[in-house]
Write a protein that binds this ligand. Structure first.
Ligand SMILES: [Zn+2]
Length: 494
């Protein structure tokens, strides 16, 4: 009897200890009074990696100012058995710390076993802080003053290259790019409102992204998130952009240079998450971190619950993209469908619940498309283009001798300056004409039928609203007299 009661005491002690044992995330340890420093973050994740078999920590890159960018893998067996992977990356914008803090809290929970059910179905790749330099300086941009979430096509910054290195190495089926938004913009306050939404999830909007993946998000993921978050007292919304209550609203950009869309056009189930921010970096952190954590956990739960459906859909789309023959959309616009968007708001001041019906452009219409060539020929002297393709790991080969190839060339490409999504854009719709390319030894052939097919066409075509010719570093492409230096090869070898 004595022996048995001793055993019970021991069992009780173990239970109490494991429940109380969760090592708090740094933000919990300092009671949500300030954001975690990068030094604290590194110490915390490295200790978690040492202390828990579920957590593996490595350095995936180094910032322009020399800070380590950690990657945290959360897996029940260090990814020893094949499972679908979800990739969550946070705080690309340094002044949006709540995603980072939520990620650290998630690591703390995983180390304590709270995620074990989920980890039976999915492995998690987590970058808690993509932009440590910006975060330390409490600013949006990185240490080289670049907006990282506009760099996913050019990949000039080490931080964005680190994101794509993780993606390329582990090929996650689901990805989530975590940010913050301001609910109480000046225009809203002037009109007497603040938007009453907490966590906005955004689906891809580029018409070249697999429609099946977008449909899965809209019809199955969104209702799940809305209900899950409502239960947690968090208000879900479909990520919407517009300056104030009189502006028309659209669902973000169709550009392919952000974290969400650059991975979506490679056919992953890719979303952006925007949590409501505070007035300053350290304002209202408890509410912000709680909202982001609930949103990230709800997303991961959906991925785990639907892992086989998401995986088979993503794999099917990834097989399709390397053989697809159809055209690629180059120019597109946001247009209305006759409906209004009901935005939940609170009166300001006053705080009464209400809704405002906003002019709404929910549909993306393709304005111009090009046929998909079999390959491109890049002349050997086009070093910046070749370097960009190499940064993306695009497959290509070099001609070993001078070769004549039937191709299409754009002669005399003229760009007109216009506006798209509130910014300057350069519009061209050149006619391609058939040429015999006197291609030289050293020229590079880039086949389109590969996993980055859509990105390659979107980057290289002069008519592409989101192509390289739009960027200052490639502005020389807009003033070329004569033939555009990228040739289209329409037919592969017989
Ligand atoms: Zn952001």
């Amino acid at each position: 009897m004595k022996y048995i009661s001793g055993f019970f005491c021991f069992a009780l002690a173990v239970l109490t200890a494991s429940a109380a044992e969760r090592t708090p995330a740094p933000i919990e340890a300092h009671n949500y009074t300030r954001a975690t420093t990068h030094e604290e973050l590194l110490a915390f994740v490295r200790a978690a990696g040492t202390g828990s078999a579920r957590i593996t920590v490595s350095t995936i890159g180094t910032t322009t100012q020399g800070r380590d960018i950690p990657l945290v893998i959360i897996s029940r067996d260090a990814m020893a058995s094949p499972r679908p992977r979800a990739f969550v990356f946070c705080s690309q914008h340094g002044n949006e710390p709540s995603g980072k803090e939520a990620a650290l809290t998630l690591i703390s929970q995983a180390a304590a076993g709270d995620l074990d059910q989920l980890l039976a179905h999915v492995d998690i790749l987590l970058m808690p802080s993509v932009n440590p330099d910006g975060n330390e300086a409490a600013k949006r941009r990185n240490g080289a003053n670049a907006d990282l979430n506009r760099d996913h096509l050019l990949l000039l910054q080490p931080e964005t290259r680190a994101v794509h290195d993780v993606y390329n190495k582990w090929m996650p089926v689901a990805t989530l790019d975590v940010h913050e938004f301001g609910a109480s913009g000046e225009d809203w306050q002037k009109a007497g409102y603040v938007r009453a939404i907490d966590e906005q999830f955004g689906l891809p909007t580029n018409p070249n992204v697999s429609p099946a993946l977008i449909t899965l998000g809209r019809e199955k993921l969104f209702p799940f998130l809305e209900s899950r978050l409502r239960d947690a007292g968090v208000r879900f919304f479909n990520y919407s952009i517009g300056g104030g209550p009189s502006d028309s609203v659209r669902h973000s950009t169709t550009d392919i240079n952000d974290g969400r869309q650059s991975l979506a056009i490679q056919h992953s189930f890719s979303l952006i998450l925007e949590g409501r921010n505070g007035k300053g970096m350290n304002d209202d952190l408890r509410r912000r971190v709680r909202g982001q954590l609930a949103a990230i956990r709800a997303y991961l739960t959906f991925v785990a619950d639907n892992a086989s459906e998401i995986s088979s859909l993503v794999e099917k789309e990834r097989r399709h993209i390397v053989t697809a023959m159809g055209p690629v959309a180059m120019q597109m616009d946001h247009i209305p469908d006759g409906s209004k968007l009901a935005m939940p708001v609170k009166t300001f001041p006053g705080g009464m619940d209400s809704t405002v019906a906003l002019p709404y452009n929910p549909v993306v219409r393709t304005l111009f498309e090009v046929s998909r060539p079999w390959a491109y020929r890049i002349a050997k002297d086009q070093t910046p283009i070749l370097a960009l393709l190499a940064r993306h790991g695009v497959q290509s080969w070099v001609l070993s001798r001078d070769t004549v190839i039937d191709a299409e060339a754009y002669a005399d490409v003229r760009f007109a300056t216009g506006m798209m999504e509130g910014d300057t854009a350069y519009f061209a719709r050149p006619e391609a004409r058939t040429v015999r390319c006197q291609c030289s030894a050293g020229d590079v052939i880039v086949p389109v039928h590969q996993p980055r097919a859509t990105m390659i066409v979107s980057a290289l075509e002069p008519s592409s609203l989101w192509g390289i010719a739009q960027y200052p570093v490639f502005s020389y492409l807009r003033s070329i007299n004569g033939e555009y230096p990228v040739y289209r090869i329409m037919n592969g070898p017989k």
